[in-house]
Ligand binder design. Structure first.
Ligand code: NAD
Length: 289
């Protein structure tokens, strides 16, 4: 068996065309979607991620701007700035690039962002709503995983899904979103005994551990769909996921590559959430008028 490659770059391109069309429609009605990005400190990887998001916004016509603050900024100053952005009607999305320096009260920062502008989906309300339903915004990477599976025409009802990784921003929300689609979900993490015992059962295996080569072919059921969320830079500079891609290709029915799989979708879902926020703002303006 040679797995079909799930092309995240092509799907992202397709979705971004639709987003650009909706931005044009909003602009024609006087609303230009706006995204504020807050970058604290000088973490090189964070700067790269922010740069990609800003570029992606430009390409679809979303007005984005980055506010950079020194690592020494205090929590209060940051909260005051977020409050000002909450009140700014030209800003439809607020994104605080993580991680934040250790002295900053991250939960307070995330919970100060207005739920209506929480386009990263990290506010406690949005996380809680993943359990009960009715999220205002879904977190971008898990949302991207759902979109990739949707694009493959996979009906998640009754499927055995195994998610490897249980972080608050990827593993747990992904598991909740797939469960909401009717899948039977197991979540594995660093303390899981005998990881292979779980992964081998998966019709759909989602891996988000940050460990290159964690998933080898004998851990994968023949015909499974494998979504590799991991992004790891090797000593030789290569970027790889968490899955032994070449090996697992011989067992899986379909697999996402790294790069070119989940990554482009993560940024795309941020654009989607920002445009949805602007569309909601326009509707609210029409109701008020
Ligand atoms: P994290 O470090 O916060 O969480 C890792 C999770 O994996 C933890 O729950 C941990 O228990 C589990 N884990 C670690 N080693 C394991 C092992 N040997 N066996 C089983 N479970 C193990 O990381 P994160 O923020 O969730 O990110 C995970 C990976 O996804 C990273 O490589 C990150 O770079 C990548 N990522 C990619 C995107 C994207 O857009 N593609 C977005 C966010 C994160």
């Amino acid at each position: 068996m040679t797995a079909r490659i799930i092309d995240g770059t092509a799907l992202a391109r397709h979705l971004r065309q639709d987003i650009a069309t909706r931005v044009d429609a909003l602009s024609a009605q006087g609303v230009i979607p706006g995204l504020a990005v807050i970058l604290v400190g000088d973490d090189a990887a964070s700067a790269v991620y922010v740069g990609r998001k800003v570029k992606a916004c430009d390409a679809v016509g979303i007005r984005s701007f980055t506010e950079r603050y020194p690592a020494a900024i205090d929590t209060g100053t940051l909260l005051a700035r977020i409050a000002a952005l909450n009140a700014d009607p030209t800003v439809h999305g607020i994104l605080v690039q993580l991680p934040l320096p250790g002295h900053i009260d991250m939960p307070s920062v995330l919970e100060t962002i207005s739920i209506d502008k929480d386009v990263d989906g990290f506010h406690l309300y949005n996380i809680g709503a993943l359990v009960t339903g009715n999220t205002v915004f879904s977190p971008c990477t898990p949302y991207g995983v759902v979109k990739l599976l949707e694009s493959e025409g996979i009906d998640l009802k009754g499927q055995n899904v195994v998610v490897v990784g249980a972080s608050n921003i990827v593993g747990k929300p992904t598991a909740l979103m797939l469960m909401a689609e009717g899948a039977t979900v197991s979540i594995c993490h660093i303390h899981t005994r005998d990881l292979a015992q779980y992964t081998i059962m998966a019709d759909i295996l989602v891996v988000a551990a940050g460990v290159p080569g964690l998933i080898v072919p004998q851990m994968v059921k023949r015909g499974a769909v494998v979504i590799d969320v991991g992004i790891n830079r090797l000593a030789d500079g290569r970027i790889v996921g968490d899955v032994d891609f070449a090996g697992v290709c011989t067992r899986a029915a379909a697999i996402t590559p790294v790069p070119g799989g989940v990554g482009p979708l993560t940024v795309t879902m941020l654009l989607e959430n920002t445009v949805v926020s602007a569309e909601r703002a326009l509707t609210a303006m029409a109701v008020d008028a």
